[in-house]
Design a protein around this ligand. Structure first.
Ligand code: SAM
Ligand code: SF4
Length: 342
């Protein structure tokens, strides 16, 4: 079938074959990072050549094409999004969709290392919430987990974000034998500063140096342990993501659980992911993808791009099938989380 015979792109909302409205796009703006977290990357990584990346202007066009199709939430991620050169240009450009009301939320996930520099400007661009990844409050462990991270810089970044008025959510990956006895302290710390804490199960994405079975800690176990010290009540709170939240009676704060391994949340999936090369992944846990860079570059008109988006959404799968066990040694998908964006 040639492109000419395809129905012209419409500006209708994006709805997948299972009736799910796609209203949330996560965009990875770089695969590079100033950290080398053990569950995310190998220490010696080969990154994409710069020429393969979409320019910031192209990223703006791509995001705007999704906004034109009813996407209401954009999350900028990576790699570390704030190490991409001139990234504030993209935030500034995308903020026009907040101004017009087309976009409800522009946000980012960051390791926090650059927030001292950028928190004010992010706030000025209309960013209201930020997810900061922090797996431990112990500086030595922090070094062991991130390999290259600077704990004090991240703490200063969290301060800067709060000073700039951003709502901070802390994301921590649950790591067996590493941070599993720290959650009580992290709850007290995060809630004491008015921040939610979300715990995430490790997912089998990309080859890393270690063995994932050594790292994997089911959150069902964590939650059961937390009940020894805390009164947790399930609440319907939603941030548009897959986390299920509980309220902690003792602190009044919230804990989110993201459980791709022990609980499949695919039935309510409203999101797709775009990489920094313009590859659209309809599911984090599947290999199927669509190239949006070629249609983006093929024409100044967005029509080929919109058609490619439509065709891809028609292929969005029902769900993923992650397995981490002693028999399954290859990752579910070969790309790293830093490629698809967390
Ligand atoms: N560099 C930024 C950061 O660390 O927040 C943004 C990108 S990072 C890939 C996004 C999130 O994915 C982080 O919270 C990180 O902890 C998480 N992550 C990375 N690899 C993961 C894996 N294999 N399983 C579960 N979460 C992972
Ligand atoms: Fe970098 Fe984030 Fe991956 Fe850590 S989790 S290596 S900070 S991209």
């Amino acid at each position: 079938m040639t492109l000419e015979t395809v129905t012209p792109a419409t500006q209708s909302d994006l709805i997948d074959p299972f009736g799910r409205h796609i209203t949330y796009v996560r965009v990875s703006v770089t695969d590079r990072c100033d950290f080398r977290c053990v569950y995310c990357m190998a220490e010696d990584m080969t990154f994409l050549p710069k020429r393969d990346l979409l320019t910031l202007e192209e990223l703006d066009r791509l995001c705007s094409a999704f906004v034109a199709r009813g996407v209401r939430k954009l999350r900028i991620t990576g790699g570390e999004p704030l190490v991409r050169k001139n990234i504030m240009w993209l935030f500034r450009a995308l903020s026009r969709h907040l101004g017009s009301g087309a976009l409800k939320e522009l946000t980012l996930t960051t390791n926090g290392s650059q927030l001292s520099r950028f928190a004010e400007e992010l706030s000025d661009c209309g960013v209201r919430r930020v997810n900061i990844s922090l797996d431990t409050l112990d500086p030595d462990k922090f070094k062991a987990i991130t390999r290259w991270g600077d704990y004090d810089k991240v703490m200063a970044g969290i301060d800067a974000a709060q000073d700039a008025g951003l709502h901070v959510k802390i994301n921590a990956v649950a790591l067996k034998g590493v941070n599993e006895h720290e959650y009580d302290e992290m709850i007290r710390w995060a809630h004491g500063r008015g921040m939610d804490l979300t715990l995430i199960e490790t997912m089998p994405l990309g080859e890393i140096d270690g063995d994932r079975t050594d790292q994997y800690l089911p959150l069902s176990i964590v939650r059961a342990r937390l009940l020894d010290d805390w009164t947790l009540t399930d609440i319907p709170y939603k941030t548009g993501g897959p986390a299920r939240y509980v309220e902690v009676a003792e602190t009044g704060g919230r804990i989110g659980f993201i459980t791709p391994m022990t609980h499949n949340f695919c039935e309510s999936c409203n999101r797709v992911r775009v990489t920094c090369t313009g590859t659209l992944y309809m599911c984090l846990g599947q290999e199927d993808a669509a190239d949006l860079r070629a249609p983006l570059r093929a024409s100044e008109s967005d029509e080929p791009l919109q058609r490619a988006i439509d065709e891809a959404i028609e292929r969005k799968p029902k769900g993923h099938d992650f397995v981490i066990d002693r028999r399954t040694h290859t990752p579910a998908v070969s790309r790293h989380m830093s490629v698809t964006g967390g």
